[in-house]
Design a protein. Structure first.
Length: 193
């Protein structure tokens, strides 16, 4: 029990485990031997997005859009957020359960908007690529079982690159629309008395 210290409750004689210190969450040695990891915090498997980025098939902004989609998906469906180690919490807002669910609902709305704009097939490829962390070979075998493995792998890699570029363009258009909407709401300072 290297990570746990035992404490006894005063009312009961039951022993309850208490974390003595939080150890950094790292993959097991077996997992480290099987997979390649990128040096992010928390550590992640070298995903298909990084492979496309290193090959020059997608831009860095498309990879960033994929990361934002992944964060929204995890927050919306799994109800947690990954917080970077250098994060400084804001003292201006504190979430209660209602505001937490409102923020989670906005993340789900963004996921649904992407699915509505790009279609179910694109959503499926995003999910397989980012959430399930499948390789191109595994996605090719699942989506194109009749094709040879190398052909299916090339075909799915091209489709994934296209979907990520479309995701980037969709986010860019949404950002521009939100900026234009904010400008419409704020009256110009020259018309004020």
């Amino acid at each position: 029990m290297a990570l746990q210290a035992l404490s006894r409750t005063s009312a009961k004689t039951r022993v309850t485990p208490v974390l003595a210190a939080l150890a950094p969450a790292t993959p097991t040695p077996e997992r480290l031997a099987r997979s390649q990891f990128v040096g992010t915090h928390p550590m992640r498997v070298l995903r298909t997005v990084q492979a496309l980025l290193h090959a020059g098939d997608i831009s860095q902004s498309a990879a960033d859009a994929a990361e934002r989609w992944y964060q929204d998906y995890i927050f919306g469906y799994c109800d947690y957020k990954e917080i970077p180690p250098d994060h400084r919490p804001s003292t201006l807002t504190r979430h209660d359960s209602v505001s937490w669910q409102l923020v989670r609902g906005k993340a789900m709305a963004r996921i649904s908007a992407v699915q509505a704009a790009l279609g179910l097939c694109a959503h499926q490829r995003l999910r397989m690529m980012l959430v399930d962390e499948l390789s191109f070979r595994a996605m090719g075998a699942a989506l194109f079982p009749a094709l040879a493995a190398s052909s299916a792998q090339r075909k799915i890699a091209a489709q994934c690159a296209l979907v990520l570029e479309q995701l980037e363009a969709l986010e860019d258009a949404a950002r521009k629309a939100a900026r234009a909407k904010r400008k419409e709401r704020v009256p110009p300072s020259s018309t004020r008395p």
